[in-house]
Write a protein that binds this ligand. Sequence first.
Ligand code: ZN
Length: 166
Amino acid sequence: MQKKIFCHFCATPLINKYIEGRTRRFCTSCNSPIYENPIPASCLVVINEKDEVLLVKRSVEPQIGMWCLPGGFIELGETPYEAGLRELKEETGLSGKIDTLLGVSTHSNEQYYSVLITGFLIKQFSGSMNAGDDASDVSFFSKNKMPKIAFSTHESFINTYYSIYA
Ligand SMILES: [Zn+2]
């Protein structure tokens, strides 16, 4: 991750300062550390009646061209559920109803350093499937014919589904 150079409140150049157990970026004008945290995202394990998983082909970096679960970053004011359902609609055209939380995890990301990701199970959905937004293709895959998944956290949510809920 690129180091932050200026305070995003007052534009003062930041320094390093050891605060609360680690070296942090610090604004001497605001007299405040710039706290950095994982960025929250939601993804969906959507399962059809044949027990297949819905995947989208990524049309953006990172991992462009690889398959992953539909999902994306949580916007301000959204719950993780709402963000997941919005991303599902944007990327696949499907409207879904969340069944349960499959898990919560973090994975490293070049741009944001760390992404905190919630994985939800969806078994009830409607609408016609259309790849959109950050997806160039969308399809269901059976457990035995799964392509390589772009992110290990997504893979672990899929594995959680097959080992506990299938
Ligand atoms: Zn400042």
